[in-house]
Design a protein around this ligand. Structure first.
Ligand SMILES: NC(=O)c1ccc[n+]([C@@H]2O[C@H](COP(=O)([O-])OP(=O)(O)OC[C@H]3O[C@@H](n4cnc5c(N)ncnc54)[C@H](O)[C@@H]3O)[C@@H](O)[C@H]2O)c1
Length: 253
């Protein structure tokens, strides 16, 4: 029970990697709150976690909006008290043409995939500073290290998360707050399913280059996040952890 009694908050927790993180944290003894833009799935997942005997709370919220996250912050702290750990997981893919992309699309995408890390820091850090303890885990991607054509500007947002993680780790370390990033490789979630449905030829080619001959289950990303949240990682700060089955260790051939 690595997270016994802690209040852990996850963004985008209704599905995919976020849902796996919420479950793993709950199984490690945490009270788990999560937000998502999908209210139906969020409520259903809250009920599922409760049915398994866990303490869970869902609040609708869009990480791209400060006002929305302010109400999430108020809602989750009212139910489970001050938050001990935050996982910035919500994000989406981007496949824009830099010429065709509009200013509104740029802002909309960057608000969700990049600025959201600052938004939760602004809201949740004060209580962590007061408690002199806390942990933040930011879900980046292997796109922070290497990318793929037609992903503009996803790699920029995910690389930016590494920089924000470093800034926060250096400034919050003195408050005993650790901030780390996790960089997943191909992980079997609705996001990846949707991508392969739109690009069917990529399913086989992406699988063919996996050093372990398979892609990750969301639970395999969640296990690393739980470790980083826990006291087992008490001196891990400002790190970016690749969890890609070795994929970024190879070059094209
Ligand atoms: N699946 C992969 O292969 C993979 C690889 C590397 C990184 N990632 C990253 O992991 C994170 C989770 O990805 P996933 O594959 O689980 O995605 P997913 O689409 O399967 O699930 C994401 C969840 O976040 C929610 N969400 C989306 N936008 C939101 C917003 N603005 N506010 C609140 N909730 C929102 C969705 O409704 C959904 O429930 C993302 O940041 C993604 O970039 C995924």
């Amino acid at each position: 029970m690595k997270l016994a009694g802690q209040h852990i908050f996850v963004t985008g927790g209704a599905d995919g990697i976020g849902a796996a993180i919420a479950l793993d944290a709950a199984q490690a003894g945490a009270k788990v709150s999560f937000c998502d833009i999908n209210e139906e799935k969020g409520k259903a997942y809250e009920a599922e976690l409760k049915a398994q005997g866990h303490q869970a709370f869902f609040h609708i919220g869009n990480v791209g909006s400060m006002a929305s996250m302010q109400s999430v912050f108020e809602g989750v702290t009212k139910v489970f008290g001050d938050v001990n750990g935050v996982i910035n997981n919500a994000g989406r893919n981007a496949h824009y043409d830099p010429v065709e992309m509009t200013e509104a699309q740029w802002e909309d995408f960057m608000n969700v995939d990049f600025r959201s890390i600052w938004v939760t820091a602004k809201l949740f850090l004060p209580a962590m500073r007061k408690a002199k303890k806390g942990a933040i885990v930011n879900i980046s991607s292997i796109h922070a290290r290497m990318s793929f054509p037609n992903y503009f500007p996803y790699a920029a947002a995910k690389s930016g998360i590494i920089g924000l993680t470093r800034n926060l780790a250096l400034d919050e370390g003195k408050h005993n707050i650790r901030v780390n990033a996790v960089l997943p490789g191909f992980t079997l979630t609705p996001l990846l399913d949707d991508h392969f449905a739109k690009n069917p030829s990529e399913r086989a080619s992406a699988l063919a280059v996996q050093p372990m001959g398979r892609m990750a289950q969301p639970s395999e990303i969640a296990k690393v996040v739980t470790f980083l949240l826990s006291d087992d990682a008490s001196f891990v700060n400002g790190a970016d952890w690749i969890v890609d089955g070795g994929l970024s260790g190879r070059f094209a051939q």
